[in-house]
Design a protein around this ligand. Structure first.
Ligand code: CUA
Length: 158
């Protein structure tokens, strides 16, 4: 088959770009600690207040010292709206919603979860720098979507 020389150049250039983009995706995913959802855990969104950990959202310290943050995303707030955590320790986030689809993104970290009613989303991160981290909802969830945010305050070790 006869392929024009310039057409061949463009085919190679397009293939090269595809390969470059693929490498960029893999490198940023690995270096940023991105990972696909690790498990599927279901929950009845209508009975979150009855005997589940989501009835009282907040920071839970296990006997072995590991930290879990239990959170709720609701129209148009995160509960709790301020979370205080120590620096340099792995933290597991568990979040669900009683109403509609939300997002849970901690800006500047690898935590970026979709929060769907009926499911518990989980993500783990370690805050390496003390400071204030913004949490935003990045799924359009209604008229108050743009006002749906909260804060995580990471405190330096005493
Ligand atoms: Cu919740 Cu957008």
């Amino acid at each position: 088959m006869q392929v024009d020389r310039y057409e061949r150049y463009w085919m190679w250039a397009a293939s090269g770009m595809l390969a470059l983009f693929l490498v960029a995706i893999v490198v940023t995913a690995v270096s940023g600690g991105a990972h696909p959802p690790s498990h599927v855990e279901t929950i009845n969104p209508e009975t979150l207040d009855i005997g589940t950990e989501f009835a009282t959202p907040g920071v839970v310290t296990a006997p072995d010292g590991s930290l879990t943050v239990v959170m709720r995303a609701e129209l148009y707030v995160f509960k709790p709206d301020v979370v205080r955590l120590p620096v340099g320790r792995p933290v597991r986030f568990r979040i669900t919603t009683p109403d509609v689809l939300h997002g849970f993104q901690i800006v500047g970290t690898n935590v970026n979860l979709t929060v769907a009613p009926g499911y518990v989303s989980e993500g783990t991160t370690t805050f390496t720098e003390p400071g204030e981290y913004l949490v935003v909802c990045n799924e359009y969830c209604g008229l108050g979507h743009h006002n749906m945010y909260s804060r995580i305050v990471v405190e330096a070790a005493p």
